[in-house]
Write a protein that binds this ligand. Structure first.
Ligand code: NAD
Length: 301
């Protein structure tokens, strides 16, 4: 049997980052500045979204970040939601605004994203930040791909000159992931191929990847035979599969078939415990960096 892959422990890397954020928050406050503040807006009562929002609140608290949760009724109108965002845009205690997606169908998601001040857009979804990322300028970068880049850097995976293949082209994961990998500097300078649902000969392309990133949303889609021996495999997917033996009746699996992939890969992220914890860590870091920027501008209110 071939050597099994090194497991990239996202949980412990994320814990380290959260510790660093907490130290920087304390240093900011010690200088007389406000603590960073994050507002999370949730419309409706979807239990999965509510659970995500609660875990973001807990993570903020641990890091010394002030957090508020705005929970709005599912019947909230677009106008009312825009009013909430307007208020948060003007609130000097708040440096990051996150609207939990998806929103109810009667609300136009894009116009809500565009209403968030780009200077508080810690999710990096505002078109100004999207454009700045495309232009290689400083900006807020979406937390999940940012977390993947951080995982690669902190695990000592060489990206410069590497062949990276990203499966998935969503605005939230695949596209910004590809842009980060092809960008200049640490965690970038890779040669990137982006694959999607219309890609022909997918396996032929994935087998060329030194770094393979799966962001598809299909359980166990990437199997060992699609992976180049020794490659680094990053599994962004989070999929629920029925499991009668699990307490909740389901378990979470990635887009990669872990058992076959770990026989071929050189390094691999598990699900859960890989990319997931990094997303929240990056949200905290983006909120901290936003507060540091506001502090440099000496905005005290
Ligand atoms: P999405 O549905 O917006 O995009 C999926 C992408 O996969 C699309 O670009 C599509 O072209 C591609 N795709 C679909 N079928 C394909 C196929 N047969 N072959 C090749 N490509 C195919 O999803 P998303 O928002 O990008 O999320 C992807 C996965 O990542 C989901 O499982 C999601 O739950 C997970 N996710 C995890 C985190 C995290 O924190 N770990 C954050 C965001 C998303």
């Amino acid at each position: 049997m071939a050597d099994e892959a090194q497991i990239i422990d996202g949980k412990s890397i994320a814990r380290a980052i959260r510790g660093e954020v907490a130290d920087s928050v304390a240093a900011l406050v010690a200088k007389g500045h406000r603590p960073p503040g994050l507002a999370v807006v949730l419309v409706g009562d979807d239990p999965a979204s509510a659970a995500y929002v609660r875990s973001k609140g807990r993570a903020c608290e641990e890091a010394g970040i002030y957090s508020v949760q705005e929970t709005l009724l599912p019947t909230t109108t677009q106008q009312e939601l825009l009013g909430v965002i307007d208020r948060l845009n003007c609130d000097l205690r708040i440096h990051g605004i996150l609207v939990q997606l998806p929103l109810p169908k009667h609300i136009n998601e894009q116009s809500i994203v565009e209403a968030i001040s780009p200077a508080k857009d810690v999710d990096g979804f505002h078109p100004l930040n999207v454009g700045r990322l495309a232009g290689g300028m400083e900006c807020f970068v979406p937390c999940t791909p940012l977390g993947v880049r951080e995982l690669l850097i902190r695990s000592g995976i060489q990206t410069q000159g590497a062949r990276a293949v990203v499966i998935g082209r969503s605005n939230i994961v695949g596209l910004p992931m590809a842009q980060l990998l092809m960008g200049r500097g640490e965690g970038g300078d890779a040669t990137v191929t982006v694959c999607h649902s219309r890609t022909a000969d997918l396996s032929e392309l994935t087998r060329q990847a030194d770094i393979l990133i799966a962001a598809i949303g299909r359980a166990g889609f990437v199997t060992g035979d699609m992976i180049k021996p020794g490659a680094t495999v990053i599994d962004v997917g989070i999929n629920r599969v029925d499991d009668a033996e699990a307490e909740k009746g389901y378990r979470l699996v990635g887009d990669v078939d872990f058992d076959s992939a770990r026989q071929v890969a050189g390094a691999i992220t598990p699900v859960p415990g890989g990319v997931g914890p990094m997303t929240i860590a990056m949200l905290l870091r983006n909120t901290l960096e936003s507060a540091q920027t506001w502090a440099r501008a000496d905005v005290r209110g």
